[in-house]
Design a protein around this ligand. Structure first.
Ligand code: XMP
Length: 318
């Protein structure tokens, strides 16, 4: 009879045996898998674990504080937050092509993560939140779409460092990871998080990424998620987010003509991200999202709702 608390016990024991008295690092993304893997490892070896969180400037609002609050304040873990927003933005300047965006972001991530790992001295192990489906699918959980988009994630990165892997979740499915997360005392806010792509908001800004466009998509994203949660639809929705389009359209405000940006709202239902259907959100929820974005986000005068399924569309626009 298999329970989560015995899973914790067994894993903790295994991690201790595997690691001995070596040091361990992990790349925190703030997502469910890396969070649960980190907390589990921390339970096993405490201060010998250092978590590295790269703030690439492409994160959602409040993300850095959330990570600090959870991992440093609540769990008392060693967390190194690397503020690298300016470097990422500079490297992305004028880049339009989605795959180039991914490559630039992926490379910089590896660079900063490796530099930090070296600084950390004798770390010999790297924690990864690899799940069972990642193990059985040869290509990674993104499956065939990996040939369509080179999904970069924080997993499987450092090659030069010769770090050995600790993968405490490799026998679990996503729903089991959530139960495990709860067992470890991780807040629902993290345990039930919707997926968020590694390249972040950069691939939700169609065209070039600038500070001002980041502000727009970030503010719109907050509104989408607030309203989805308020309507009680967060857990039933695989992902809900805002996309900033590279066009302007004409509007009217008072008796003034406006000429401003268009935001697309995307919400999908899905079991694994491989296929997805657009979410039939209630009209009132869409209405609130639309009027809030137009009223509260400076520079936007139009909101459209994406009614495409995957395939043939994909979940993200880039
Ligand atoms: P698509 O857009 O391919 O997305 O239908 C499927 C799922 O993968 C996420 N996604 C990514 N995740 N790096 C990631 O870590 C990426 O480059 C990336 N691109 C898409 C997407 O959010 C969805 O959950």
């Amino acid at each position: 009879t298999w329970t989560m608390s015995s899973y914790v016990e067994t894993s903790v024991k295994q991690i201790r045996e595997q690691v001995g008295d070596a040091r361990v690092i992990c790349a925190l993304s703030g997502g469910v898998d890396s969070s649960v893997a980190a907390v589990l490892t921390h339970r096993a070896i405490g201060d010998r674990l250092t978590c590295v969180f790269v703030d690439n400037g492409l994160l959602r609002q409040g993300e850095v504080e959330k990570v600090r609050k959870t991992f440093a304040a609540q769990f008392k873990m060693n967390v190194r937050v690397l503020g690298k927003g300016r470097e990422f933005l500079a490297a992305l300047a004028r880049t339009i092509d989605p795959e180039r965006k991914r490559k630039i972001i992926g490379r910089l991530f590896i660079k900063f993560f490796e530099a930090e790992a070296m600084r950390n001295g004798k770390a010999a192990y790297l924690v990864q939140g690899t799940l069972y489906p990642d193990v059985i699918e040869s290509v990674s959980f993104k499956g065939p779409s990996a040939t369509i988009k080179t999904h970069h994630n924080v997993g499987g990165l450092p090659t030069r460092m010769k770090l050995r892997l600790i993968e405490p979740l490799r026998e679990l499915f996503k729903d089991e990871v959530r139960v495990l997360g709860k067992e470890l005392g991780i807040a629902d806010e993290i345990v039930w998080r919707q997926p968020f792509p590694g390249p972040g908001l950069a691939i939700r800004i169609i065209g070039t990424v600038t500070e001002d466009r980041l502000r727009i998509v970030r503010e719109a994203d907050v509104i989408v998620l607030e309203e989805i949660k308020r309507a009680g639809l967060y857990r039933d929705t695989w992902q809900a987010f805002a996309v900033l389009l590279p066009i302007k359209s004409v509007g009217v405000m008072g008796d003034q003509r406006t000429y401003e940006h268009v935001v697309a709202v995307r919400a999908v239902t899905s079991l694994d991200g491989m296929t997805a259907d657009w979410a039939r959100l209630p009209g009132e929820v869409l209405a609130t999202i639309s009027s809030r974005i137009i009223n509260e986000v400076r520079g936007v005068n139009r909101v459209v709702y994406d009614i495409s399924s995957k395939p043939p569309s994909t979940i993200e626009w880039e």
